[in-house]
Ligand binder design. Structure first.
Ligand code: ZN
Length: 325
């Protein structure tokens, strides 16, 4: 299948960026997650990064409007082994020794490294997760990358993640040896996943990635998430358009749109507005009076749109002016 003209040109560069480990300064033009070198400008920072701006199969994406399909099972054959944990200036990355593999249908990949993003790069139905791990595999035959995404959420401590969190090197460029890394501990029990054809989510944004995003998140201790966000908060590229791509996998329930309800003017009959606020928003007399006396003010934050419309209608009956934002 035609995968876009960037595939061939950038496969080579992608290989080096992924293999480079700590050597952030040697990866090419300096890029970051904010400011003038942020994601919106990556494509202009270097000719090598052209795909970041001009590509049409970029990652991450919002996983929505999926097509339910019978997908080949993911056959994980990951192993515990020695590795190195690296602060590469953009994330914490764990480089693994050879021997861990993933098979899917006819494709067979070797696990090279994994690293983390906070918040998640992929969204599901418009919603982000606190973290996302990326397990980067390469198909030795085709050169394509197979990246497995796993969402991490706060909950019970995860021994694998806790061990890594203890070893996160604080300084960019720092690296530490790990006697044993067991990536299996970071896989969810259920193996349902979404799949689509995309790109690296960092420059050079090469369109050489078969994405497999696990549908079930994995719980890790909130304190361990905090150890990561103390070093990297916001190392997530914003989502890009799916364009003509299909995202195959489990159905995603559409998340209701949420809005703020803003009371801009209380209206002539304040008692009527106060009564409506008490009835529709469940406020005490004191709370309702305080809001009415201090318009404009947000009186309902992040309400689902139908509920917000109802509140707006009731307050307008009582003579108030209300906006949904
Ligand atoms: Zn990543």
């Amino acid at each position: 299948m035609e995968r876009g003209r960037f595939r061939t040109t950038f496969a080579f560069l992608g290989f080096f960026a992924l293999g480079a480990g700590a050597a952030c300064a040697e990866e090419g033009a300096h890029w970051s997650y904010s400011g003038p070198n942020g994601p919106g400008n990556w494509g202009a920072l270097s000719e090598d990064y052209e795909a970041c701006a001009a590509g049409s199969q970029q990652s991450p994406v919002d996983i929505a409007g999926t097509i339910e399909a019978e997908l080949p099972a993911l056959a994980f054959d990951w192993k515990s082994g020695p590795g190195a944990i690296v602060n590469n200036g953009h994330s914490i990355q764990v480089n693994l020794s050879a021997g861990s593999r993933l098979a899917r249908g006819d494709a067979s990949y070797e696990l090279l490294q994994f690293h983390f993003h906070a918040p998640s790069e992929h969204l599901v139905g418009g919603e982000a997760f606190p973290m996302e791990a990326h397990f980067v595999h390469r198909d030795a035959v085709t050169g394509a990358l197979g990246v497995v995404g796993v969402f991490l959420v706060p909950g019970e401590e995860n021994a694998s993640f806790a061990a890594l969190a203890k070893a996160f090197p604080a300084q960019a460029g720092a690296e530490a040896k790990l006697e044993a890394v067991d990536p299996r501990g970071l896989l969810p029990d259920k193996r349902d996943y979404w799949t689509y054809e995309g790109s690296l989510t960092t420059p050079p944004c090469s369109e050489i990635v078969d994405w497999m995003v696990m549908a079930e998140p994995v719980e890790v201790a909130e304190a361990d998430i905090a150890k990561f966000t103390a070093l990297y908060e916001g190392n997530a590229r914003p989502v890009l358009a799916a364009n003509r791509r299909f995202i195959l996998g489990p159905a995603v329930a559409p998340t209701p749109q949420v809005v703020d309800v803003v009371l801009t003017r209380a209206g002539r009959s304040k008692p009527a507005v106060i009564k409506q606020l008490r009835a529709a928003a469940g406020l005490s007399v004191r709370e309702a009076m305080a809001l009415v006396g201090d318009a404009p003010k947000v009186i309902g934050s992040r309400l689902e749109r139908p509920k917000a419309e109802e509140l707006k209608k009731r307050l307008e009956w009582a003579g108030a002016s209300v906006e949904l934002r």
